[in-house]
Design a protein around this ligand. Structure first.
Ligand code: PLP
Length: 478
């Protein structure tokens, strides 16, 4: 396969992608294949001789597309938004072509330097405190991780190391393992499963604290938990607050939690995986007030900022907290400039890293901040349109306040009837949504996901839901 093939096939691929996205609403939002469908469609081992490009491209439709749930179909309303855009796709092509592994500055200086500048651009868009901004002389800076789960884990591990070092200096009789056995981390009962998992991976206790009646973690609950643990001789070291929880897009009380973390000298990490993108809009920025207490902050441009997966933005307030935490320095990775520059290998779990900042650069330049703000506003407006439709029917209720692009709703009545409604909606297949549990209440989550979702799609979704709810109610009454 040479560059002539690439030019020819590449043009066909670009056409295929543009046609796919232009017509994605004609495909079902949820794949209907059965497990194991794919192996029946392709040979059981790799070909000895090359296949023809035409056959490979043809097989995308035959083999792959039936097994795709089309997230960018405007009738896909499950999970949270996931981003894509032509600028992001173009940048990924370039990144793949350059194919550098930017673990150190010298491994490709542009890869490191663009990432530093892009993370500063983003930090300024969010109006993060200057501590996080390299170009403003901050002690910290940003790094692109693959996912919010990795960002939480990296932050937790950095906090763990920091506390172990500190405890050892204060209690010379304790070794690493004594200290580790006493460490405690905290998060709310609403936080994403990846936070609990980070605790499991790092082998530390993780307390899931009870959120209030708005599913928000409050400072007094955290304070009490920390004091109880200290009284038992344990060592509180890490709190993960969530802005925009996964079940209902609730916001922990950052100012209260932040003040407690400061008093107790505990590392505060903020997980704003979904909602973080909205903080580029001045009217939503106040949800981030209290970020000044955080040691680390993360959100996913790959969710709601039109940057294709993967691009999870993590800022650390103090670079040394992360670069000293995982520093192993073999000769083959050393270079002459390493005392003057950032080597992102110290800021993450893997060694290898892709040139992901290209996606941010292309997206931010080719859309501009104003467009991205309008994009967020449109999604929030669409969520409110859906909310109004739900409110217009007394058989339904809105479960939690609609703040971003997520509406939590249900039929008034039992969990069973709502489970039945959800199953009926997804079996019908015209739209796709997923449920969540809020305490013991089964709710339906309606998210604005696809970039091109319009008011017509909201009306359509509501009509489908009404039609199927009537069917479910009828069946339950007879
Ligand atoms: N945190 C929150 C609040 C989320 O909503 C999600 C996913 O939706 C995650 C973390 C996990 O994100 P990722 O897939 O980037 O690890």
């Amino acid at each position: 396969v040479d560059s002539n093939d690439f030019r020819k096939w590449g043009k066909q691929m670009v056409d295929y992608v543009a046609d796919y996205l232009d017509n994605v609403e004609k495909r079902p939002p949820l794949s209907k294949v059965e497990p194991g469908y794919l192996e029946k469609l392709i040979p059981s081992s790799a070909p000895d001789k090359p296949d023809r490009w035409e056959d490979v491209l043809g097989d995308v439709e035959r083999v792959i597309m039936p097994g795709i749930s089309h997230w960018h179909n405007p009738n896909f309303h499950a999970y949270f938004a996931t981003a894509n855009s032509y600028p992001g796709i173009l940048a990924d092509i370039l990144s793949d072509a350059i194919g550098c592994i930017g673990f150190t500055w010298i491994a490709s200086p542009a890869c490191t330097e663009l990432e530093i500048v892009m993370m500063d651009w983003l930090a300024k868009m969010l109006r993060l405190p200057t501590d996080f901004i390299v170009s403003e002389g901050g002690s910290g800076g940003g790094v692109i991780q693959g996912t919010a789960s990795e960002a939480t884990l990296v932050s937790l591990l950095a906090a763990k190391t920091k506390h172990i070092i500190r405890c050892k200096s204060e209690n010379t009789e304790m070794d690493n393992y004594d200290i580790m056995s006493k460490l405690v981390a905290y998060t709310s009962d609403q936080s994403h499963s990846s936070v609990e998992r980070a605790g499991l991976i790092a082998c530390v206790r993780m307390r899931l604290l009870k959120s209030d009646d708005k599913y928000s973690l409050r400072g007094d609950v955290l304070k009490e938990a920390i004091q109880k643990d200290k009284a038992k001789g344990l060592i509180p070291f890490f709190v993960c607050a969530t802005l925009g929880t996964t079940p209902s897009c609730a916001f922990d009380n950052l100012k209260e939690i932040g003040a407690v973390c400061e008093e107790e000298d505990v590392w505060l990490h903020i997980d704003a995986a979904y909602a973080g993108s909205a903080f580029i809009c001045p009217e939503f920025r106040h949800y981030l007030d209290g970020v000044e207490f955080a040691k680390s902050f993360n959100f996913n441009p790959h969710k709601w900022l039109r940057v294709n997966f993967d691009c999870s933005a993590l800022w650390i307030k103090d670079r040394a907290d992360i670069t000293d935490a995982f520093n192993v320095d073999p000769l083959y990775l050393k270079h002459e400039k390493q005392t003057e520059v950032t080597d992102f290998r110290h800021w993450q779990i893997p060694l290898g890293r892709r040139f992901r900042s290209l996606k941010l650069w292309f997206v931010l330049r080719l859309f501009g901040v104003k467009y991205l703000q309008e994009y967020i506003r449109t999604h929030v407006k669409l969520a409110h349109e859906f909310e109004a439709l739900v409110k217009s029917d007394p058989r339904f209720e809105i479960v939690t306040e609609v703040i971003m692009g997520l509406v939590c709703f249900r039929l008034k009545g039992t969990n069973e009837i709502n489970e039945k409604l959800l199953k009926t909606i997804n079996e019908d297949g015209r739209i796709h949504i997923v449920p969540a549990n809020l305490r013991d209440t089964y709710i339906l989550r309606f998210a604005i996901v696809a970039a091109n979702t319009s008011s017509n799609d909201i009306t359509f979704a509501w009509e489908v839901i009404l039609e199927l709810a009537e069917k479910v109610l009828h069946e339950c009454n007879h």
